[in-house]
Write a new protein. Structure first.
Length: 255
């Protein structure tokens, strides 16, 4: 059976309101991390074998510019009525004849093969979803061409999607590990380190530090560099904080 081609919708909240539970890293870094996560997701989606179109729905000026620069088609959140209407609006922008899916924008460990595997498991003529690491939410929802996506995100969305007839799909850790809190970083296994996080870390006032004592701390404005900007990630990076940030866990340090 030939592979299904997919269009993917990624909703991105206004950065000023995003990831508030990461505020202990400082407000500037919190927003930079939220954008880094979204850049990671878009990069993975664009690299997936069977994803042919990626639409980002966002009203944030900074996010819109960065994600368009990364290769996504960016549209405004015209309904401005919450997540589910935003997703329906994004789906309506996709080309006809594609399978349609939405994926969360806070999956820094997502890999293209994670998306390909999950989308390949969606039943013909049906819908499927991947549950988040907590077991109650949804990180991906997909419907084959001609089938309504019918998103029902919100508290307990896993059970809501299941009751609506969608089947639970196998999901790799990178597709389930949504990062909401500093503690979530402890279980994010990113090898190599998340491109989005490193892009932010390498921007602003960060400098390269070859000493073993160096650590990664994203700070300053988001500075997406297409293709990594030729930077080498084999060294450690140190960023002088603008406040008193938490130290990122070892798995998110370069070395």
């Amino acid at each position: 059976m030939p592979a299904v081609s997919w269009g993917l919708v990624v909703p991105v909240k206004r950065l000023a309101l995003a990831k508030t539970r990461l505020s202990s890293y400082g407000d500037e870094t919190r927003q930079a991390l939220a954008l880094a996560f979204a850049l990671d997701v878009v990069a993975a989606a664009l690299a997936a074998s069977n994803v042919v179109e990626v639409v980002v729905v966002s009203d944030d000026v900074t996010a819109r510019a960065a994600l368009a620069g990364a290769g996504a088609r960016v549209v405004a959140d015209a309904p401005d009525a919450g997540l589910n209407p935003a997703l329906e609006h994004g789906v309506a922008q996709l080309a006809r004849g594609l399978g349609v899916a939405t994926v969360s924008a806070d999956l820094p460990a997502l890999r293209p093969e994670d998306l390909d595997a999950a989308l390949a498991a969606v039943p013909a003529g049906g819908r499927g979803f991947v549950v988040d690491i907590s077991g109650t939410g949804t990180t991906l929802l997909a419907a084959t061409a001609g089938t309504a996506l019918a998103p029902a995100y919100g508290p307990g969305s896993r059970d809501v999607h299941l009751r609506s007839g969608a089947v639970e799909l196998p999901g790799a850790p990178g597709l389930r590990l949504d990062v909401d809190t500093p503690e979530d970083f402890a279980v994010v296994d990113v090898t190599p380190v998340s491109v989005g996080l490193l892009t932010v870390s390498a921007g602003g006032n960060c400098r390269r530090d070859s000493s073993a004592a160096g650590s990664v701390h994203p700070s300053g404005p988001a500075c997406p560099v297409p293709g990594g900007g030729g930077c080498s990630w084999s060294r450690r990076w140190r960023c002088p904080p603008s406040s008193t940030p938490r130290r990122l866990p070892a798995r998110l340090r370069v070395g």
